[in-house]
Design a protein around this ligand. Sequence first.
Ligand SMILES: [Zn+2]
Length: 143
Amino acid sequence: MTVYRGGCHCGNIRVAFETGRAPGDFTPQACQCGFCRKHGTAALSDPDGKLTFTIEDPDNASLYRHGLGLTDFIICRTCGVYVGAHMPDPKGDIANVMVNALDDRERFTNPPQPVVRTEEDEESKRVRRRRQWTPSTIVTGSG
Ligand SMILES: [Zn+2]
């Protein structure tokens, strides 16, 4: 397993993405919803990996919700960077991470693949994400 580290620009939100896959094995997913188009989303996930988001000051982080309201879109309120999307789920919380938030973003050389998911309802979204997304935790505070 390799740990790819990154976070927002000011350092309030840090992320660690643990994966056994090589960077060249990933095709970043470019969701085409209105929110993701505005951010130029290119997301990575690995169901066999692990994601940890560490938020030093939760007052300066937004867990923005839109659409079906299932997902916390983790955005720094100070520097504006969108770090990843985290979905609390009864079968275990899962998330993805924005490739551009990683320090080693340049190693993920495959072009993002546009994906349209406007047809998904809550259940189909949960089922797909449980297959694709990464087991995740959000830790707050510096401890
Ligand atoms: Zn920041």
